[in-house]
Design a protein around this ligand. Sequence first.
Ligand code: ADP
Ligand code: MG
Length: 365
Amino acid sequence: MPVARWFLLFGALAGLTFAAGVATVMTMAARTAELNPRREVADQVDRLIVALIVVFVLLLVCAAGLALVVRYAVLKPIDQLTDQVRAVAAGDFDRDLHVDRPAELAELSSHIDSMRGRILSGWRTAQDQAEELRRSNGELEQFAYVASHDLQEPLRKVASFTQMLEQRYADRLDDRARQYIHFAVDGAKRMQALINDLLDFSRVGRVTGGRTPTESGAALDRALDNLSAAIEESGATITRDELPTVLGNQTQLTQLFQNLIENAVKFRSEEPPRVHIGVRRDGGMWEFRCSDNGIGVEPKYADRIFLIFQRLHARDVYPGTGIGLALCRKIVEYHGGRLWLDGDATGPGGHGATFRWTLPAAGDT
Ligand SMILES: Nc1ncnc2c1ncn2[C@@H]1O[C@H](COP(=O)(O)OP(=O)(O)O)[C@@H](O)[C@H]1O
Ligand SMILES: [Mg+2]
């Protein structure tokens, strides 16, 4: 209930009590008069009645004065401040918050106003930074476009013409020249792989579309299909739990499985690779894991391997661009999940690496 109503309620109660008191005293005075008192007593009673009336009128004036003071010195400034705060809350952030009286409210309003000023300047800075980020993202997108169309084309030319050079003039070239050509072709191919991986990385969350209920098992099937040659060649066995429906993007989930399984197969030990995709429910998320029996990752590199271009091995031992895990982490984070190397878990066979990640469950399934 607003303060004004409480004030009215208590004012009315006090007035009623006082009026009842006055009425009682008047009745008693009238009874006393009926008893034919002595003259001095009757005079005293008359004076008492006059005094009572004067006190009553004075009290009435005081109450009216108090009501005015409360109305104009307290309630009105509070209303003013409330209107100002409401306007700010509704989005008019440049509106000043200020009342002159009373001193307490003036101080309160100046504190609220300086808070508004600070929040506003923080918000404006954040907006400027967001704008700057949007601009630089736009530039990156432009770069990705240039990389995909304009850089790949000359690169393809370099690769194919050096190969043609080798084929057509093979008889006129000595071993050293052939070796140089081989290096040139290899370099161009590696650059193509790097550009393609970088493009995949830059596309996450931008080009590959929205998130819908997606069968993670189907994404895994597609990933295995894309990896069929490597799986067959290495004799890998891949097993899985029953996989759930998640809220995600089919293309990206395929890329995620594909990169993790590709690593599990690539970084194998002497034994044939065994990879297991497991899953368990964790609140509103599903927690997946990919465990293998390969060479494993030393715990001290648990963070480093997720950085772009960071690899732990020479390219001639294990080929690769070092983008796979960075891409996986970007995909999982785009889905609102988390991806990490589980340093405590060991894969099938008592060694190897286990990666875990979370993805949002689709609906109530
Ligand atoms: N399953 C795994 N077993 C052992 N090491 C791994 C595994 N997955 C990733 N790594 C390590 O993390 C590094 C980064 O992986 P990734 O980003 O996929 O790059 P790439 O596969 O091109 O080397 C790898 O070079 C490797 O050292
Ligand atoms: Mg990889």
